[in-house]
Design a protein around this ligand. Structure first.
Ligand SMILES: *Cc1c(COP(=O)(O)O)cnc(C)c1O
Length: 417
């Protein structure tokens, strides 16, 4: 009863202080800019009017004997099995830029041994999913955000930009061609991996005049089974850094991920499943593995706060992250804050038993609860999976309802529209 009253109370408090709260969030952003000396978060606008057109798309279907056996998705390893077709779009500066998009049978790609992608990692990628809805229709989730991010990464890599809507239409067509690969099983989906690489066969760290944009698809199983779930354990070691001010940690570029394998191995050797990436002497929490991080705690006034680090250049602007922020703004009993969180904050909150939940978010697992943090020899216990009605499950259910068409929502885009 007491809990209910205080929730109602805090709800009224939020309504009364709404404008002040918004101001706090803004001030917080300014502070972040001060701390890191950064400009506003990069804008995504492509720098040219050049694009390929989905109306030029042609399709060459695989021969019946080229079609592969569809796997049982119930015990499928992520990213091991691919579908029958792929999308390919070349860019050649000397041939007026973007060429016509083609869908062809899945094949190896052939590259000059000096191709820039192989030497200087001029590469970027995206990750999104197609879901078979309860109504049989296939949906993709907020693809416009992936397209913006892809163009932003392309600008950082000196690779050509394009109109996001045109690529979405080409990808929709590819998913339609391989639609039997979109799993029928509850919770399973088809992972979509758009990739853009610099393919000039010349050494020298200069902009690539030729590029290849391709997209491949792979079926993936359900990430959670509905049974009692255990959270992941993290290694938080301040001696490792994933991204830094003025760097490219906020871009989905291949060069950000190769160097994390060694650290991931360190975590595994200590029996931890993921790396909690910290930054700087203050030990700011930035991300967990390849996911954004959230913490839900009770503040000094007894109000519930859902916090995640702001997009200050160190953080990958996750589509799932943004969606959770958007959803949480509608929850009257939770205050959402994009703010810096230090390891000391976590320790102090934990000491006073204020942490309710911590979780990672990303397209691959959607939401992944956190149970322990191994920090300088101490094991910090996080009670995420012990809450009776955890907020992370509420978010997960809401996203699930949109992705699988139980709830009509603009975020779930039917691909045959
Ligand atoms: C892809 C990615 C995320 C999650 O982004 P989503 O758009 O939600 O899938 C978070 N952090 C890193 C480092 C990533 O590469």
């Amino acid at each position: 009863m007491a809990g209910l009253t205080s929730r109602k109370g805090s709800c009224r408090w939020v309504l009364r202080h709404q404008h002040k709260l918004k101001q706090i969030v803004r001030t917080c952003h300014l502070k972040v800019k001060e701390v890191f000396g950064l400009d506003d978060y990069r804008n995504y606008e492509p720098d040219s009017q050049e694009t390929f057109k989905s109306s030029d798309l042609t399709t060459k279907l695989a021969e019946p004997d080229q079609l592969r056996l569809k796997p049982d998705v119930s015990d499928l390893k992520f990213g091991h099995i691919f579908t029958d077709h792929m999308l390919k779009i070349f860019y050649h500066q000397r041939l007026d830029g973007w060429q016509k998009p083609v869908i062809i049978p899945f094949e190896n790609i052939s590259l000059h041994p000096a191709a820039k992608v192989l030497h200087y990692a001029i590469e970027l990628f995206e990750g999104m999913k197609a879901y078979r809805g309860q109504d049989g229709r296939i949906r993709i989730f907020r693809p416009d955000l992936n397209m913006n991010r892809m163009n932003s990464s392309a600008l950082s890599s000196g690779l050509p930009t394009f109109y996001g809507e045109e690529l979405i239409k080409c990808i929709n067509r590819l998913v339609q061609v391989d639609q039997e690969w979109v799993p029928h099983q509850e919770g399973a989906s088809l992972y979509i991996r758009p990739t853009l690489i610099g393919i000039d066969g010349t050494l020298g760290v200069v902009q690539s005049e030729s590029a290849l944009l391709y997209t491949i698809l792979c079926p993936v199983g359900a990430y959670f089974s509905g049974q009692k779930e255990e959270g992941v354990s993290l290694l938080a070691d301040p001696s490792y850094t994933r991204s830094w001010p003025g760097g490219c940690g906020d871009q989905k570029m291949g060069s950000n991920y190769g160097p994390t394998i060694r650290v991931q191995r360190q975590a595994a050797l200590r029996g931890r499943q993921q790396v909690l990436w910290l930054y700087g002497p203050e030990q700011y929490l930035t991300e967990v593995g390849t996911m954004n991080i959230f913490i839900l705690y009770t503040d000094d006034n007894g109000d519930k706060v859902l916090a995640t680090p702001p997009l200050n250049g160190l953080i990958l602007p996750g589509v799932t992250r943004q969606s959770i922020i958007d959803l949480a703004f509608q929850y009257k009993d939770i205050r959402v804050e994009e703010k810096l969180i230090t390891m000391n904050d976590v320790i102090n909150l934990r000491r006073r038993d204020r942490i309710l939940e911590m979780f990672g978010t990303g397209t691959a697992c959607i939401i992944c609860p956190i149970s322990t943090i191994d920090y300088l020899g101490d094991l910090i216990h996080i009670p995420t999976t012990e809450q009776t009605n955890p907020v992370f499950k509420k978010f997960r259910d809401e996203l699930y309802a949109i992705q699988y068409g139980y709830k009509k929502h603009v975020w779930g885009r039917v691909i045959d529209d």
